[in-house]
Every structure is written in structure tokens, then in C-alpha cells.
Design a protein around this ligand. Sequence first.
Ligand code: SF4
Length: 109
Amino acid sequence: MTPTDTSRRRFLQLAATGVACFSLGNSMNAWAAAPRLAVDDPQGKALGYVEDAAKLTAAKEPAYKKGTTCAGCALYDASKAEGGYAPCLAFSGKAVNAKGWCRAFAPKA
Ligand code: SF4
């Protein structure tokens, strides 16, 4: 098993959890501002989440591709953005920074 396989498996587990929570939230038909993902959140740390992707380098984070941010990620729900933060499906709908990034980054189609 390669590190990429482990990352992919972890991403799929988190995405499934996020989708389930997102569906539950929608069924309640009341989406208040999502709580922000804490910088010390264990899931965030596991996926290398940072609030400001501009501070990343290939040396710090080999998976990071320059110029990618949460705002360009398919898991970032920009329709519910508030103050530069919006819910992320990888983190159970917790809000992440549009300028942030994590290893679960998936480019928008
Ligand atoms: Fe969520 Fe994508 Fe940002 Fe990762 S890069 S925190 S998956 S929006």
C-alpha cells in the first residue's frame, strides 16, 4: 500500500461522513453558519489542513500544487460562504477558509 492509497482511502471515508452529515443538515432545512474547522482539529491535522495555502511549499507539503485552494475544490460549498469561509464535505460540513487547503483537495469539474 502506498501513501497515496492510504490518503485516498482516508479521503473517501471522510467524504462519506461529510456527505451523510451534509444530507442530515439539509433535511433539517436550517443551515446556520457552519462552525469553523478548528486549526487543531484532529481530522484537519490528519489531512494537513492549513488556513492559508499561500504559506505552503513543496518542501513543507509535497502533495500541494501551487495555486490550489479550498475555493477551487469540489468539496467546498461556496453557496453557503460567509466571511470567506464555507462548509467542506471532507470535514462534516465544518467551515474552512477559501484560501485554505488540505490533502483531500479535489479540483472542481
Ligand atoms: Fe475541504 Fe477541499 Fe479545502 Fe480540503 S481543499 S479543506 S477538501 S475544501
